[in-house]
Design a protein around this ligand. Structure first.
Ligand SMILES: Nc1ncnc2c1ncn2[C@@H]1O[C@H](COP(=O)(O)OP(=O)(O)OP(=O)(O)O)[C@@H](O)[C@H]1O
Ligand code: NI
Length: 444
C-alpha cells in the first residue's frame, strides 16, 4: 500500500502566559491508502491537536514548531506546481527533474510532453513524474514538492483551503454546533457539493464558508438531485423530504450523517474523524461507525479515526497509534496492540475498556501530566498504575514502534518496572459487546 499521509517529527505547541504547552511533541504517523488508522489516548493527550495540525488549522498562540505533514498525491503536487509556477524552476541533475526557483529548464522536459505554457508544463511534469521531482538541496525557501508529496506545513493558506474539504474531509464530535441552524440540511450539503471545499476559514471550520457561499443563491434541480442522492448514501431515510428540513428537525445521529455527507461531498482521499460518535447514544454510535466503515470500503478512502475508546478502535481500525502526553507511545496493527500491548499505558487503556462483569470504565489513575512542567524521563511516569520509581527515566521507545523487541524483554519490562495486578501478557479484555458489529475485523 502506498503512503497517503505521513506525519514526521511533528511538534505543535501553544505559547501561553503560563509557558509553552507542547501539545504534540514530535510524533511520526503514517496512513496508507485505504487504511483506517486509530489515534487513541486520554483527554488532553494531543489527538485533536494532531488532527488540526494536519489540516493547517492551528491558530495563534499555537504553532507547528517542527516536523512535516506530507501528503502524497500526484494531483496535489501538480496542482501546487500549476498554482505557483513562478516560485518553481527545473533543471536536470542525476536523472531527476528539479523544480526550483522560477525557471523551467526546457531540456529536462521529455519530448512527449506538450508544453503550452510554463504552468501547464510544471503541472504535467509533476503529475507524470511525481517521484522524480525533488526538493532543492539549497532550500531556497519555496518548493513544496518533494518526491511526489506536498508538505502541508509549508504550503500557503489558499492551497490548504483547497486541501481541506477537497483531499481531506473532516467530521467532529458535535453534530449540532457544526451545522448552521438557519439553513436547511439540503442547502448545506448542496453547498459542499458545489464548492468541493469548505475549509476556508481557520478555527470555525467550514461553517462560515458554507454560509458565505450560500448567500450567492439557491439550488438548481441537478444539484438538488445530487444532494438527495448523497443524503440517501449516508442512510438518511426519505431524503427527498428531509432535504428541506432544518438541523433541529434531525436527531443527533441523523445530523452526524449529514456532516458525513458534507465531508464526503468532495470524495476526499482522507477522512479525519475526531470523536465522531462521542456525543451520540450507544446504538446510534454503532450505526455511525458502520456507516463510516461502509463508505470507506465503497470510496476507498483512508480514515484517521480519533477516539479514546479502544472498543471503537477494535471495530474500525487497521492500525492504531496510542498517544500519551503529546507523544505516540505505541503504534502498530490493531490486533497486535490488543493482544500484545507493549507500552504500560496501552495496557492500562485496554484494562479500562468495560467488559463482561464490569459496567463502568475503570478510571485510569493519574492524569496526563502537565505538558508544561513535564517530569524528567518517561512521560508515562505519573499516570502508571502501581508505578515504581524505575519507570521514570525510562523512555519507552524502540526504533520503530516503541515496543520491546522480544517477549523476554517485554516481560522483563513489565515485571521490573510496574506492577500490574493482572498478568499483562494474559488475555486482554474484550471490547464491549455493544461496539461489536457484523463488520468486526477482530476476533478477540
Ligand atoms: N488553543 C490552545 N491553547 C492552549 N493549549 C491548548 C490549546 N488547544 C489545545 N491545547 C492543549 O493541548 C493539549 C492537547 O489537547 P487536545 O485537544 O489535542 O487533546 P485530545 O487528546 O484531543 O483530548 P480530548 O480527548 O479531550 O479531545 C492539551 O493540554 C490542551 O490543553
Ligand atoms: Ni480531542
Amino acid at each position: 500500500m502506498t503512503d497517503l499521509l505521513s506525519l514526521s517529527g511533528l511538534k505543535t505547541q501553544f505559547n501561553t502566559d503560563r509557558g509553552v504547552v507542547k501539545a504534540v511533541d514530535g510524533i511520526d504517523l503514517t496512513i496508507r491508502e485505504g487504511e483506517t488508522v486509530g489515534l487513541v489516548g486520554e483527554s488532553g493527550s494531543g489527538k485533536s491537536v494532531t488532527a488540526l495540525s494536519t489540516m493547517g488549522l492551528i491558530d495563534a498562540p499555537g504553532e507547528i514548531a517542527d516536523g512535516q505533514v506530507l501528503f502524497h498525491d500526484a494531483d496535489l503536487v501538480s496542482y501546487v506546481a500549476r498554482k505557483y509556477p513562478d516560485q518553481i524552476v527545473t533543471g536536470r541533475h542525476d536523472g531527476f527533474i528539479y523544480i526550483n526557483d522560477g525557471q523551467i529548464d526546457m531540456s529536462s522536459i521529455p519530448d512527449r510532453i506538450n508544453v503550452p505554457n510554463r504552468a501547464d508544463a510544471l503541472a504535467t511534469l509533476a503529475r507524470e513524474n511525481p517521484k522524480d521531482i525533488v526538493q532543492d538541496p539549497n532550500d531556497t525557501g519555496f518548493l513544496y514538492i518533494d518526491k511526489g508529496y506536498v508538505d502541508l506545513t509549508d504550503v500557503p493558506e489558499p492551497v490548504l483551503r483547497d486541501v481541506r474539504g477537497g483531499d481531506i474531509g473532516m467530521i467532529f464530535q458535535d453534530p449540532m454546533t457544526s451545522l448552521n441552524p438557519a439553513l436547511t440540511v439540503g442547502e448545506q450539503v448542496a453547498e459542499s457539493l458545489e464548492l468541493h471545499r469548505y475549509g476556508g476559514r481557520k478555527k470555525d471550520t467550514w461553517f462560515n464558508a458554507v454560509n458565505e457561499a450560500l448567500s450567492r443563491g439557491g439550488m438548481n434541480e441537478d444539484l438538488r438531485e445530487e444532494t438527495i442522492d448523497l443524503l440517501a448514501e449516508v442512510g438518511i431515510p426519505e431524503p427527498s423530504q428531509r432535504v428541506d428540513e432544518y438541523p433541529h428537525e434531525f436527531s443527533g445521529g441523523m445530523r452526524q450523517r449529514v456532516l458525513i455527507a458534507i465531508a464526503l461531498a468532495c470524495r476526499p482521499k482522507l477522512l479525519i474523524a475526531d470523536e465522531p460518535t462521542t456525543a451520540l447514544d450507544v446504538t446510534i454510535q454503532a450505526q455511525i461507525l458502520d456507516l463510516i466503515t461502509e463508505l470507506q470500503d465503497d470510496l476507498g478512502m483512508s480514515v484517521l479515526f480519533i477516539t479514546h475508546d479502544l472498543g471503537v478502535v477494535a471495530e474500525t481500525c487497521d492500525r492504531v497509534g496510542v498517544m500519551y502526553a503529546g507523544e505516540i507511545v505505541e503504534e502498530g496493527p490493531v490486533e497486535e496492540i490488543f493482544t500484545n500491548p507493549s507500552h504500560p499505558y496501552t495496557y492500562t487503556l485496554l484494562e479500562s475498556i468495560p467488559h463482561e462483569g464490569t459496567d463502568r470504565l475503570t478510571p485510569i489513575e493519574g492524569n496526563v501530566p502537565d505538558l508544561i512542567d513535564m517530569p524528567d524521563g518517561c512521560n508515562f511516569a505519573p499516570g502508571v498504575r502501581g508505578r515504581s520509581p524505575s519507570v521514570r527515566g525510562t523512555t519507552y521507545r524502540s526504533s520503530s514502534t516503541g515496543r520491546p523487541t522480544s517477549t523476554t524483554e517485554r516481560n522483563a519490562y513489565f515485571q521490573n518496572t510496574i506492577s500490574i495486578d493482572t498478568n499483562p501478557m494474559g488475555s486482554v479484555p474484550l471490547p464491549p459487546t455493544k461496539f461489536r458489529t457484523t463488520k468486526s475485523r477482530l476476533s478477540l
